[in-house]
Design a protein around this ligand. Structure first.
Ligand SMILES: [Zn+2]
Length: 302
């Protein structure tokens, strides 16, 4: 049984034409329900993250000012999401969803969060639609509370995981790896433990070769006991915020090769959906479902 983690707060009343497709989380859950992959027996709902979890990687004053709607106009602009009670709620629940997914993955080998991957969130500022860094929070929490010694964050979103890299820069137990389009946002990059900057217009074959080679190298180097896999679909050729030329078949091959490799090594993996910005939001939800479909297929085969 593949555990899937989601929460109704992930999609809330939000400007429908905003670049950020807030409805994609509910559409993804509905799509997976329709496909028989999300059922009552494998659905897990997180509650809000404790403040102490967020404070492991974020400034307490930054957190409090967000919750109380005391960000400056400049801070809101950098986040690029309008403040609302709904945004606060989903921002508090979603990191707990990634934590829960990771804990489930330690038991079942694979688990999928139908959200997550807010990798641009830094210690004391939001950026690029990201308020709190679920990947860094989860890595820190599991290292400290589950007695893990080595966690790998394998970030295949098309944008660099700059917040994750910065927040975890002084945490040797967490290895950050980002494979991203070099000429894309964020234009000032952080230093991950492993960065692979891809050229614009990279196609399936070249992309998949880089992903496979990089994954093997970082797993051999860090020997993680848990992997947090950001399966962003903004690498897709027609994504308005991506710069690569990866097809949907290429995304499926990527997710399959990552999950099969880690399963072959016996390393638990928690997946998050990461970025994806298609104006066709049903198509976007179906694209985000690919990693779940591949995880389910792999679990059923073993
Ligand atoms: Zn992205």
């Amino acid at each position: 049984m593949l555990p899937l983690v989601t929460h109704p707060s992930y999609s809330y009343g939000f400007p429908p034409n905003h670049r950020f497709a807030m409805e994609k989380f509910a559409l993804l859950a509905a799509h997976l329900r329709g496909a028989g992959l999300l059922r009552s027996d494998n659905l897990f709902r997180p509650s809000r993250a404790k403040l102490s979890w967020l404070e492991r990687v974020h400034c307490p004053d930054y957190i409090a000012r967000f919750i109380d709607n005391r960000w400056t106009a400049r801070e809101i602009k950098r986040c690029n999401l309008p403040w609302s009670e709904g945004l606060v709620e989903r921002s508090l629940v979603s990191p707990a969803g990634t934590v829960l997914t990771a804990q489930l993955a330690l038991h079942t080998g694979i688990a999928c969060h139908l959200a997550g991957g807010t990798h641009h969130a830094h210690y004391d500022y939001a950026s690029g639609f990201c308020v709190f860094n679920d990947l860094a929070i989860t890595a820190k929490l599991l290292l400290d509370e589950n007695q893990l010694e080595r966690v790998l964050i394998f970030d295949c979103d098309v944008h660099q995981g700059d917040g994750t890299a910065a927040v975890l820069a002084n945490e040797p137990r967490a290895f950050t790896c980002s494979i991203h389009a070099g000429n894309n946002f964020p234009f000032t990059k952080s230093l991950s433990d492993c960065d692979v900057a891809l050229d614009d217009g990279l196609d399936d074959d070249a992309y998949l070769a880089v992903v496979a080679e990089t994954l093997q190298a970082v797993v051999d180097q860090h020997r993680p006991q848990l992997v947090l896999y950001d399966a962003g679909v903004d690498v897709y050729a027609a994504d308005p915020l991506g710069r690569l030329k990866v097809s949907e078949a290429g995304i499926r091959q990527r997710d399959r090769l990552v999950l099969e490799f880690l399963r072959g090594r016996g390393i638990p993996v928690a997946t998050v959906i990461g970025g994806g910005y298609d104006d066709d939001r049903q198509a976007l939800a179906r694209r985000h479902a690919i990693v779940v479909e591949e995880a389910a297929r792999l679990l059923a085969a073993s």
